[in-house]
Each structure stands twice: as C-alpha cells, then as structure tokens.
Write a protein that binds this ligand. Structure first.
Ligand SMILES: [Zn+2]
Length: 452
C-alpha cells in the first residue's frame, strides 16, 4: 500500500529528470505531415521507446503496413503484464506534432523548449509530448509496486488524422486489450481546474438536391406562379431551425446537463461574433456546443452572381453538416434529418438526399469505477474540483477505441488549458498543471490496483 502523499513526493523528486526528458522530446521536430522529414518521426518514436524501456516495459516500435497498402507512422507499443488478477490500463498519447507554421509568429525557437512565467514553450511541449511524459512519469513514480498491467500506445500520426489507427487496433487487438484506457490528449477547463472530457459530438453530412423545373425558364415569362429552386431551397433550409435558432428536426437527441459554465461574453469573444448578432438556441452555452445537435449549411451549388441572368433556376444542391449529440447513433440522426428534408419539400418540389458520412459521437459511461477514481485523483492532485467537459467536434480515434474495445472504460484526460495554443505558434505547457496531471495519473493507477 502507498499513500497519496508518498506518490506526490516521489513525483516531485523525479520531476526535474522528467522535465529534461520532455525537453529532449520537444527538440525532435517530429512533424507527421507528408512534406516534412519523416526520419524525425522515427527518431521521436525511438526516443519514446527508450524511455519506456527504462521503465521496465517490453517495447516495440511498429510501422504498420495495411492490406490496402497504407503505411503508418512509427508507433510505440510497450507492455507489462498485470499481476494477481489486477486490471490492465492502456495509456495513449501521440509523439508526432503539427508543423511550426510561420516562424515569425513564435517568440522563441519552436523546437528549443524554454520556460517563461511558469510555462514551457515549444512545439509539442503540450500536444502531446507532455501527455507522453505524464504516462512516463506516473510509471516511474510507481515502479512495479501496484501490480497493474500497463500497455503504452504512443502513436505517430494523430496530427494527420490517424489514418491507420483503426487497422492498428484490429491488428494488435490482443496486445492492446485493457480494462481502462487513459487518453492523455485533451484539455482542462482552465489553469488550476482539472477536467475529464466526457463527451464528443458525432458528425454527419448529406447533400440535398431540390428540383422544380425540367429546364431553366425566362423569369419575366414564368416568374410569379413558379418559384425558383434557390428560393425553395432557402424555404426548405429555414425549416431546420425554430425561431430561436434551436434545431427543429424531430427525432434528434438533445440534452442540457453540461457541467461547466461557459459565459456568453467569453464565447462571443472566442468565436468572434459580431456586435449585435444574437446567439441561437436555448439552454446553457456549453450544452449548445457539446450536448445538443447543430445543423449548418456548408456549401451550395447555385449560379454564381457573375454568371447570373434573368432566369428561374431549375435545381439546386446544398451540403448540410450536422453535429450529433453524444449518445445518439449518427446514422439514426442522419435518417431523421433526411426524413425532415424530404417531408418538408416546399410547394411540392422534388427533394432527394444523399447521406455522405456518419461519424460516431462519444459519451463516457457515466460514473463508472474508473471515472470515480479518476475524478478523485484529479481533485486530490489539483486541490480543486474536477469539471466534466465536452468537445463540440469529434476525435475520430476515440470512437475507434470505443468500437474496438466496447467493454473498456475510456478516460479522456489532458494537460492543455485555454492558453496552450496547441497547433498554433507559441504553444506552451502550464508546468504546475503538468505536475498535477502526473500525480493524478499515478494516484489513479495505484487506486486501480487497490494499492491506494
Ligand atoms: Zn494531440
């Protein structure tokens, strides 16, 4: 058995060494985008592998070749077996980074880590090399004392959309199998306030074609009794929302139980909403972003202004994108939207819908034992209440994990805060929060092993 204080003091004693290892990782420009030097991605995989070996794990660097001919970036897969029937935890992070972008936007060298005002600056200092080092430091603090099985999976292609992730999960399913999965690649609500990311919206998109005439007509000769396709498409699109801007489609899941409070004035600034423009929808801002559906028109094929003439347009196609609330099957939501569009065809216009994509949402499994343990660990480490947050977009690899390992409890944690600027210039890590994240993860693993 151990105590929380023992874990925290071990982490603190080892922290300078882990900070140095984090800085070494940041110095490797492991940009996974195709036009960058992929030998650096290999180099960072080898560096991560060596850190895992130092922690007593069996380590392999794997570059997956799929049957369909795709080649993955080097990923690190490392393992230590569980003892005495204890659970196994899968620790996920990624070692690739985004390009540095315009160097003029950086106040210091992107790949030379430097501390200013309690933050460590550099590309990957937070996203996600700090996530890797949370896992490494937690493992180092615990040694083999907990008996918990550990699988470390550090991929090298997250920043290019994890193209071979699903294949990797299926190929190495037996080696990745775990009771609890910790994904250290999200953010905390703010500096000093830890979070679990418990929901991600799903996404679906469809094209809607509206036909009203079998050919274009002179608008002077026929305009009046016949409405053009663009006007009718506008009427159809207008049926998607109620007068307050909330989604009007039957059969969509929506709920309002967001834990965090996102103030309207903050959201206006963050989103750049112009003065006088009213926000749409109802319920809390956080629920409108995270737990309710959203429908947007993202494209339309119509005659351009430059090519327009006095003609009634016979047909028109719009591309509609919908964010789906966590908990609803995106295919079911897409069918509901398609049915709405077809049954609201204005003036009997012919409407046909082609569903293009349906990516699943993610909703954590409520107050599962691992979630309760994680919340406890976060609150002990930070000395402040943990807030459940959502993300309005989707993180495709989390739904992949959920699909391949439906029985595992997935915990989405992270080291980022609103000032981190992941993917942007002057990316940085809040060092005190990073230390807290390490303590929390070590305490969580010890508790999963019944040693704390
Ligand atoms: Zn990331």
């Amino acid at each position: 058995m151990t105590t929380f204080e023992e874990i925290a003091s071990t982490v603190d004693a080892q922290l300078p060494a882990h900070r140095a290892q984090l800085e070494d990782l940041v110095r490797i420009p492991s940009v996974s985008a195709d036009s960058f030097d992929q030998s650096q991605v290999r180099k960072s995989a080898e560096a991560v592998a060596s850190l895992a070996r130092d922690r007593g794990l069996d380590v392999e660097v794997i570059q997956l070749h799929t049957e369909s001919g795709k080649v993955g970036r080097p990923a690190v897969l490392a393992h230590r077996s569980a003892q005495d029937g204890k659970p196994t935890v899968l620790l996920y992070a990624h070692h690739d980074v985004q390009p540095e972008g315009d160097p003029a936007g950086w106040d210091s060298e992107p790949f030379e880590p430097i501390e200013r005002d309690g933050r460590l600056y550099g590309r990957g200092s937070a996203d996600d090399k700090a996530g890797i080092m949370v896992h490494m430091a937690a493992l180092a603090a615990l040694g083999e004392s907990t008996g918990v099985g550990v699988t470390l999976f550090i991929e090298g292609e997250e920043e290019v959309g994890s193209p071979t992730f699903h294949d990797f999960l299926e190929t190495y399913q037996d080696r990745l199998k775990a009771d609890v999965i910790v994904v250290a690649d999200s953010n905390n609500w703010k500096v000093g306030t830890p979070s679990l990311t418990t929901s991600l919206r799903g996404v679906t998109s469809m094209s809607v074609r509206l036909d009203v005439l079998d050919h274009a007509l002179h608008s002077g000769m026929y305009g009046g009794p016949v409405l053009d396709a663009v006007t009718l498409m506008a009427r159809l699109i207008a049926t998607l929302h109620n007068d307050d801007g909330s989604v009007a489609v039957e059969g969509l899941t929506a709920y309002d139980d967001a834990d965090a409070e996102y103030l309207e004035e903050d959201m206006r600034v963050d989103a750049g909403v112009l003065e006088g423009v009213e926000l749409a929808g109802n319920g809390s801002i956080a629920s409108r972003l995270w737990t309710k559906p959203a429908i947007s028109v993202i494209g339309m094929d119509v005659t351009s202004v430059a090519k327009s003439s006095n003609t009634l347009t016979p047909s028109c196609t719009a591309q509609i994108s919908m964010r789906v609330a966590p908990g609803q099957n995106p295919r079911e939501a897409a069918d509901a939207l398609a049915a709405h569009l077809e049954s609201n065809a204005p003036f009997g216009a012919h409407v046909s819908v082609d569903i293009k994509e349906a990516g699943p949402a993610f909703k954590a499994g409520g107050d599962t034992p691992a979630t309760i343990a994680a919340r406890w660990a976060l609150e002990e480490a930070w000395g402040s209440e943990s807030v459940d947050i959502g993300v309005g977009g989707s993180i495709p690899f989390i739904s992949d994990l959920n699909q391949v390992f439906p029985d595992a409890e997935i915990l989405v944690t992270g080291v980022e805060d609103p000032d981190t600027r992941a993917h942007s210039q002057n990316e940085s890590l809040h060092l005190a929060d990073w230390r807290n994240a390490i303590v929390a993860e070590a305490a969580l693993i010890a508790r999963l092993g019944n040693e704390l």
